[in-house]
Ligand binder design. Structure first.
Ligand code: HEC
Ligand code: HEC
Ligand code: HEC
Ligand code: HEC
Ligand code: HEC
Ligand code: HEC
Ligand code: HEC
Ligand code: HEC
Ligand code: HEC
Ligand code: HEC
Ligand code: HEC
Length: 429
């Protein structure tokens, strides 16, 4: 470190003097201002390069950052190859002289105004500005001296690498905690979702499944509470719909979608039923059973009555080859029963049951999937049978309860009586 600093100062003096020597040399004076600028620009960087190339590989700055820079390697990078000089990014005045005073962070705004502006107004940028040192800065997603074109497979934001780039923070329990990142270990969930699994599989779908940024945007990433966010409650169907047009259309025509269009935000959008980072294959039995609970979370009365039926009891045990809510109501095209297109309308109910009960007839569909045993309007027979059973059960308990108490009373009395009598055999031993 000391050696480097001494070398550095010597070099700085030398390089610092070079322009003076150049200016004094006859015939070498630049002809125009433009040419002067062109000749000066690479010089400014050359000064930095020369000195930083001299450093030893292990040398660290006061802030603990590596100082060594390989000029040849740097010249091959996207920016080093002519797109930017050292001082374009390292624009702080303090770097122009050595020793450096307050090097400051590198800047990108002079050339990437749009990206910088977008970033500043959204999740990561705001958090950084607010002092959250864990929130992603440009370099965390793009690299620093090794930035590659976004279309390059080796880029940190390429299809191959993006999951790992976001995962460096969103998949690290330690950083999630340190950065107070909402959602916890989102990367692990995404990795195991149908989207994540297909991304790592070898079907054609791997090129079409969404990466983090397909749902969240890139620089315009906003928290879900922000109405402009691609993942705000109102915008989720649109975001999923960019790829799932058919499902989105069916949902829009169903009761839930219609309610949303009328601004009833309690109606479910895609993720209320499917989850977000845990989206599963729709044929997976585990999910099919889970989604019943999602429907039931909003339709509490209907899940209670459903659980009373054979269908509901069996799916509660985890068997999915049974009628779930969606088997009778549909998934996206759910409609009220008055609507003739509803799967439970008078017109269609028979066909709905026949899908699994081929022998079903008009009589069979009189069965009430949501019969409420505690309400008279679900049928007097069921109501009074339930009441009779409840009374019978209460009666049985009352009778046996009383019986047990009387029995206990008698036993105690008998025990007391026995204690009163002398024990016949005890003195013989
Ligand atoms: C005379 C040699 C010398 C010259 C010329 C020089 N540097 Fe440095 N630079 C160093 C040394 C030594 C360090 C590490 C010590 C320190 O922290 O100041 C360093 C550190 C740095 C750092 C890292 C600071 C940090 O955040 O830890 C940056 C960035 C940097 N230099 C950029 C530049 C740029 C840009 C130029 C050209 C305008 C330049 N340097 C010119 C020697 C030099
Ligand atoms: C595209 C912009 C860009 C260019 C061009 C650039 N740098 Fe950097 N440099 C960065 C970023 C970003 C960092 C990370 C630290 C920060 O954000 O300030 C960095 C860090 C450094 C560091 C500290 C080591 C480290 O890895 O953190 C040194 C030393 C450095 N640069 C020197 C140079 C020199 C010398 C040149 C010219 C040959 C140069 N840089 C050109 C963007 C740039
Ligand atoms: C959270 C990660 C992340 C952060 C932070 C980030 N970017 Fe990006 N950036 C991306 C992704 C992903 C893409 C690729 C978008 C695509 O493929 O369409 C991208 C694309 C770009 C592009 C090329 C396309 C365009 O939009 O112009 C530039 C330039 C860029 N970023 C610069 C920056 C700068 C400058 C910053 C800091 C202000 C920054 N990025 C911060 C993830 C990020
Ligand atoms: C002096 C101007 C300048 C500065 C400063 C600069 N860049 Fe660039 N950057 C460019 C140019 C020019 C390109 C090549 C654009 C192209 O090929 O379309 C580029 C390309 C990129 C790309 C690839 C874009 C793509 O479409 O594939 C990214 C990402 C990027 N820069 C990020 C950064 C980051 C991050 C910083 C700050 C640390 C930075 N740049 C600073 C000029 C600059
Ligand atoms: C299929 C679309 C989709 C993909 C892919 C996706 N997300 Fe999300 N993400 C969402 C939605 C929608 C929300 C809003 C959460 C909600 O409504 O429960 C969200 C929320 C978040 C949150 C905030 C969590 C919270 O509870 O507030 C973070 C952080 C996040 N996502 C990061 C990521 C990362 C990192 C990846 C990639 C590994 C990723 N997301 C992939 C759709 C997606
Ligand atoms: C260097 C660490 C880091 C990286 C890399 C990173 N993030 Fe983040 N991210 C954070 C932190 C920290 C927050 C919390 C910001 C805050 O306090 O609101 C955050 C917030 C978010 C949020 C907003 C959550 C909310 O609802 O407030 C989303 C969405 C998100 N990140 C997605 C991504 C995606 C997608 C990528 C990859 C392209 C990515 N992040 C890369 C650290 C990171
Ligand atoms: C009320 C709950 C619910 C809502 C809201 C919902 N889905 Fe579904 N979705 C389901 C169920 C249940 C299935 C399984 C249907 C089956 O097994 O036939 C399904 C199946 C799917 C499938 C696979 C089968 C197919 O139709 O391609 C996709 C893709 C899908 N949904 C996407 C979406 C999208 C996108 C949205 C938002 C526009 C959405 N879902 C809204 C419950 C829902
Ligand atoms: C970038 C495009 C894209 C986005 C955005 C997207 N998906 Fe997907 N999704 C796919 C692809 C591709 C598949 C693989 C199956 C296929 O080919 O349809 C898939 C699979 C699914 C499946 C399983 C389908 C099945 O047959 O079982 C569901 C459910 C699903 N996505 C729901 C969602 C939801 C909900 C969202 C929004 C939060 C969403 N997707 C966002 C592309 C996308
Ligand atoms: C996030 C809450 C939520 C979830 C999840 C949900 N729904 Fe709904 N659903 C509603 C709301 C709100 C209405 C409108 C009810 C009203 O107007 O009384 C509705 C309406 C309906 C209707 C039309 C009946 C009517 O009264 O208009 C049926 C049938 C229905 N949902 C079935 C389902 C099924 C089946 C599922 C699961 C696959 C499901 N719902 C998931 C909230 C939800
Ligand atoms: C075996 C078929 C079947 C199953 C399974 C089923 N339902 Fe129904 N559902 C019906 C029929 C038939 C009706 C109309 C008669 C009635 O209201 O009892 C109905 C009515 C409804 C209604 C009121 C519709 C309206 O227009 O008023 C809602 C809401 C509902 N069910 C939700 C659910 C939910 C949530 C589940 C799962 C927990 C579920 N259903 C399971 C067949 C079924
Ligand atoms: C997704 C398939 C499916 C659908 C749709 C379905 N059921 Fe079932 N249901 C079953 C299965 C499996 C059993 C188990 C007994 C069996 O195999 O018959 C069953 C059992 C029953 C039982 C009790 C056992 C019995 O056979 O007496 C009744 C009653 C019943 N269903 C009525 C209906 C009615 C009414 C409808 C239409 C509103 C309907 N189911 C729709 C799959 C379905």
């Amino acid at each position: 470190m000391i050696r480097l600093t001494i070398q550095g100062i010597a070099l700085a003096l030398l390089v610092g003097l070079a322009p003076v020597a150049q200016a004094l040399a006859p015939g070498k004076a630049p002809a125009t201002a433009a040419a002067a600028k062109a000749a000066k620009a690479p010089d400014a960087s050359q000064k930095c390069i020369d000195c930083h190339a001299e450093a030893e590989p292990g040398d660290k700055s006061a802030a603990g950052k590596p100082v060594k820079l390989d000029p040849e390697a740097h010249a091959k990078t996207l920016h080093g190859g002519g797109n930017a000089t050292c001082i374009d990014c390292h624009a702080a005045e303090g770097l122009r002289k050595y020793p450096h005073k307050e090097p400051g962070a590198a800047q990108c705004a002079s050339c990437h105004e749009k990206a910088v502006k977008e970033y500043a107004e959204t999740s990561h940028g705001k958090a950084r500005a607010g002092g959250n040192g864990v929130a992603a800065a440009c370099g965390d997603c793009h690299g620093t001296h090794d930035i590659k074109p976004t279309s390059d497979d080796a880029s940190k934001v390429s299809r191959q690498n993006l999951e790992a780039t976001c995962g460096a923070c969103h998949g690290s329990e330690a950083l999630v905690k340190a950065g107070k990142v909402p959602g916890g270990n989102v990367s692990a969930k995404y990795h195991d979702s149908i989207h994540g699994k297909l991304l790592h599989g070898d079907t054609k779908a791997k090129d079409r499944v969404p990466l983090c940024t397909d749902c969240h945007g890139t620089h315009d990433m906003r928290p879900k509470k922000d109405p402009e966010s691609a993942v705000s409650r109102a915008n989720i169907p649109e975001t999923c719909g960019t790829c799932h047009g058919k499902a989105k259309k069916a949902w829009s025509g169903g009761q839930h979608g219609k309610l949303r269009a009328a601004n009833v935000m309690t109606a479910p959008g895609c993720t209320d039923c499917h989850g977000t980072h845990t989206i599963a294959d729709h044929n997976a039995p585990k999910w099919q059973v889970e989604v019943i609970r999602e429907c039931g979370g909003c339709h509490t009365e209907y899940i209670d009555t459903y659980r009373d039926t054979y269908h509901g009891k069996v799916t509660d045990l985890g068997f999915a080859r049974m009628a779930t809510c969606a088997s009778c109501h549909g998934a996206h095209d759910i409609l009220p029963k008055e609507n003739p297109l509803s799967m439970v309308s008078e017109q269609r109910i028979l066909a709905t049951c026949q899908a699994c009960h081929p022998k079903a007839n008009a009589n069979f569909v009189k069965f009430q999937p949501h019969a409420n045993k505690n309400k008279k309007d679900s049928g007097l027979v069921l109501y009074y049978t339930t009441k009779f059973m409840q009374v019978l059960l209460a009666g049985v308990f009352a009778f046996f309860g009383l019986h047990t108490i009387l029995w206990l009373y008698r036993s105690l009395a008998e025990l007391k009586a026995r204690r009163g009598r002398p024990a016949p055999d005890t003195e013989k031993h």
